[in-house]
Ligand binder design. Structure first.
Ligand code: F6P
Length: 557
C-alpha cells in the first residue's frame, strides 16, 4: 500500500482549514467589483501566461490573504510530495494497488520508470509505432475489407473513457483533420445509436474498433456483437471468424480477451493497467484521433500535454496553473459551499468538453471516504456541467445571473478563429468577455433606476420594475484564453484539467483514481437483465418489481 503519512493527520479542522472557513464566510458577502476597485494590479496579480494560453483567475472571490492560505493548505496536504510520487510511478491509486502513469504516454515523466520488469517509455513508444503504421496503411487504402474495398469508415465502439476523450478531441481538432477516413462513435447500448450510424455505412468498407480497457463492458461488447451480426448479414457467404479478423481492430489492456473475441493480434493495440479509463485518450485509445487527424497531430497533442506535465511538476505552487485551478475549486466547493461548476466553451469545436470533464472530474472526485478510510464531512468536488457559451446564454445563463445560487464558471475561448468567416469571432469573444464581466459586476438598483428613468419611465413604474432587473453580481469565473485551438494547446488544456483534478483530490485527502461508485449499478444491471423477460421477482423492492412488471405487461401486449 502506498505510504500515506498525511492520512493520519486530517486537514479538515486543522488551523489552516479553520482560517479558510472563517474567510469563506466573509467572502460570501464580498463584492468582486470592490476587490477590483481596491487593487489596480488585480488582473495581473491573479493571471498566469503559459506558452499555450492565458489563465485569468482575477474574477474570483478571493484576495491575496485567501490565496496565500489556500497555498498553505496545498503545502499542508503535501501536494508537492504527492506530485513527486505520482510522476515517480508510486502506486498512488492505493485502493486498486496501481501506479497512475498517464503522463508516461506523452513523454511527461522526468525519468523512465520500470514496472513489472519493463520500462514504460519503451512500451509506449513501441505501441505508438504500431499505431502509426496502422494509420498510414488505413490512409493509404492498403487496409481493405473482406471483398477488397478500402476502409472509408471507422466506427469506434466504446463508452466512458473509451469514447469521450477520442470524440471530444476529434471534434475539437476539426480544423486539423487529415486523410479521408470518416470516424464515427457508438457508445450507447441503446440500439438506436448503432442503427443510425450503420444506416449510412457500407459494410464492405467499414472497420470497427472495439475500445475497452477491460474488454468486458456490457454496452461495448453488445454493440460489438451487433456490429458483427450486421457485417454477417451483409456478407452471408463469409465465415464469421474471418469477418472479425478482417473488419475489426481492438484497443484494450486485456489483449487476450480481444483475441478470444476474434480480433487478430496484429490489430490489437494495447495499453496498461496504470492508465485509468478517463485518462486514456493519450494511449492507444487515441487511435481514432490519429485516424481522423493524422499521427503527427496526435503526437502534437501528446507534446502539448507533456508541456503541461512539466509545468505541473516544476512550477512553484503559486504560479502552477493546475494547482491554482484546484485550489479555487476547493475554495468554492468545499469552503464556500457552492456545489456546481460550469464549463463554458466559447468555441464550437470544444462543444464536448463539458461532457468530457464531467467524467474526468466527477468520476475522480465524487467520493465520500478519505484516504484514511473514514467518511468525509465536506464536499469533495463540484458537479460539472455546461455547454457552449453562446447556446448557454440563450438557455441557462438567466440562472447564472439572477438565481440566488452561485455557480463558478470557466470561460474558455481562443484568440484565433477555427474558420475564415469575417466578423463572427469578434462577436463570439465579445460575448465571452461581456458575460464574465456581467457576472462579476452585476447591476445595482441605482443603475437600474437611472437606466429606466433615461427611458422615460414614471417613478411608479421604476419602483415596480427595479427589483426584477437587479443583478447581484459577485459571480466568480476563470477565463482561459488559448492562442489557438490546435493539437498542442488542446493537449495542454486537457492535461491542465487532469492535474487540477488530481491536485484537488490530494488537497481533500481522497483517492481520485478509483471509481467504485460505478461498479454497483453495473452489477445490479447484470442481475436484473434476465429478469426483464421472466423469472422470480421476490426479493426485489416494490418499486423495481412494479417497473419490471409494467414492462413485462406492456411488452407482451
Ligand atoms: O464508467 C465506468 C468505467 O469503468 C470508466 O471508468 C471507463 O472509462 C468506462 O467504464 C469504460 O470501461 P472500459 O474501457 O473497460 O470498457
Amino acid at each position: 500500500m502506498h505510504s500515506d503519512t498525511s492520512s493520519s493527520q486530517p486537514l479538515a479542522h486543522s488551523p489552516i482549514w479553520q482560517a479558510l472557513q472563517a474567510q469563506a464566510a466573509e467572502f460570501k458577502q464580498a463584492s468582486l467589483k470592490g476587490l477590483f476597485a481596491v487593487d489596480p494590479q488585480r488582473a495581473e496579480r491573479f493571471s498566469l501566461e503559459l506558452p499555450e494560453f492565458l489563465l485569468d483567475f482575477s474574477k474570483n472571490l478571493l484576495d491575496q490573504e485567501v490565496f496565500v492560505n489556500l497555498l498553505r493548505l496545498a503545502e499542508e496536504a503535501e501536494l508537492p510530495r504527492w506530485c513527486a510520487d505520482f510522476f515517480a510511478g508510486k502506486p498512488i491509486n492505493a485502493t486498486e494497488g496501481r501506479a497512475v502513469l498517464h503522463p508516461a504516454l506523452r513523454g511527461g515523466l522526468q525519468e523512465d520508470i520500470e514496472i513489472d520488469g519493463d520500462f514504460v517509455t519503451a512500451q509506449v513508444e513501441a505501441e505508438l509505432e504500431r499505431l502509426k503504421k496502422f494509420v498510414v496503411l488505413l490512409h493509404n487504402g492498403a487496409l481493405t475489407g473482406y471483398r477488397g474495398k478500402r476502409f472509408t469508415d471507422v466506427v469506434n465502439l466504446g463508452v466512458g473513457g473509451s469514447h469521450l476523450g477520442p470524440q471530444t478531441t476529434i471534434e475539437a481538432l476539426r480544423a486539423h483533420r487529415k486523410g479521408d477516413v470518416a470516424v464515427h462513435f457508438v457508445s450507447n447500448v441503446d440500439g438506436t445509436q448503432l442503427t443510425d450510424v450503420l444506416a449510412g455505412l457500407d459494410a464492405d468498407s467499414t472497420l470497427f474498433i472495439v475500445s475497452s480497457k477491460t474488454f468486458t463492458t456490457s454496452e461495448t461488447m453488445t454493440n460489438a456483437r451487433s456490429a458483427h451480426a450486421w457485417l454477417q448479414r451483409a456478407m452471408p457467404e463469409v465465415d464469421g471468424e474471418v469477418l472479425l479478423q478482417q473488419h475489426f481492430a481492438a484497443v484494450t489492456s486485456s489483449p487476450d480477451k480481444a483475441q478470444q473475441f476474434g480480433v487478430l493480434p496484429e490489430r490489437t493495440f494495447r495499453f496498461w493497467d496504470w492508465v485509468g479509463g478517463r485518462f486514456s485518450l493519450w494511449s492507444s485509445i487515441g487511435l481514432p484521433i490519429a485516424i481522423a487527424c493524422g499521427f503527427e497531430n496526435f503526437r502534437a497533442l501528446l507534446d502539448g500535454a507533456a508541456s503541461m506535465d512539466k509545468h505541473f511538476r516544476e512550477a512553484p505552487l503559486e504560479t502552477n496553473a493546475p494547482v491554482i485551478m484546484a485550489l479555487l475549486s476547493v475554495w468554492y466547493c468545499t469552503f464556500m459551499g457552492y456545489p456546481a461548476h460550469a464549463v463554458l466553451p466559447y468555441e464550437q469545436a470544444l462543444h464536448m468538453l463539458p461532457s468530457y470533464l464531467q467524467q474526468a472530474d466527477m468520476e475522480s472526485n465524487g467520493k465520500s471516504t478519505t484516504r484514511a478510510g473514514v467518511a468525509v464531512d465536506y464536499p469533495t468536488g463540484p458537479l460539472i456541467w455546461g455547454q457552449t457559451g453562446i447556446n448557454g446564454q440563450h438557455a441557462f445563463y438567466q440562472y447564472l445571473h439572477q438565481s440566488p445560487e452561485v455557480v463558478p464558471a470557466d470561460f474558455i475561448g481562443s484568440v484565433a478563429p477555427g474558420h475564415d468567416l469575417d466578423g463572427h469571432h469578434e462577436i463570439l469573444l465579445a460575448n465571452m468577455f461581456a458575460q464574465s464581466q456581467a457576472l462579476m459586476n452585476g447591476v445595482d438598483a441605482e443603475s437600474v433606476a437611472s437606466e429606466l428613468a433615461a427611458k422615460g419611465l414614471s417613478q411608479e413604474e421604476i419602483k415596480r420594475l427595479t427589483s426584477f432587473k437587479v443583478h447581484r453580481g459577485g459571480k466568480p469565473s476563470n477565463t482561459i484564453l488559448l492562442k489557438e485551438l490546435d493539437p498542442r494547446s488542446l493537449g495542454a488544456l486537457i492535461a491542465l484539467y487532469e492535474h487540477k483534478i488530481f491536485a484537488q483530490g490530494v488537497i481533500l485527502q481522497i483517492y481520485s483514481f478509483d471509481q467504485w461508485g460505478v461498479e454497483l449499478g453495473k452489477g445490479l444491471a447484470n442481475k436484473l437483465e434476465p429478469k426483464l423477460a421472466a423469472g422470480d421477482l421476490s426479493g426485489e423492492d416494490s418499486s423495481t418489481t412494479q417497473l419490471i412488471e409494467y414492462y413485462r405487461r406492456k411488452k407482451n401486449g
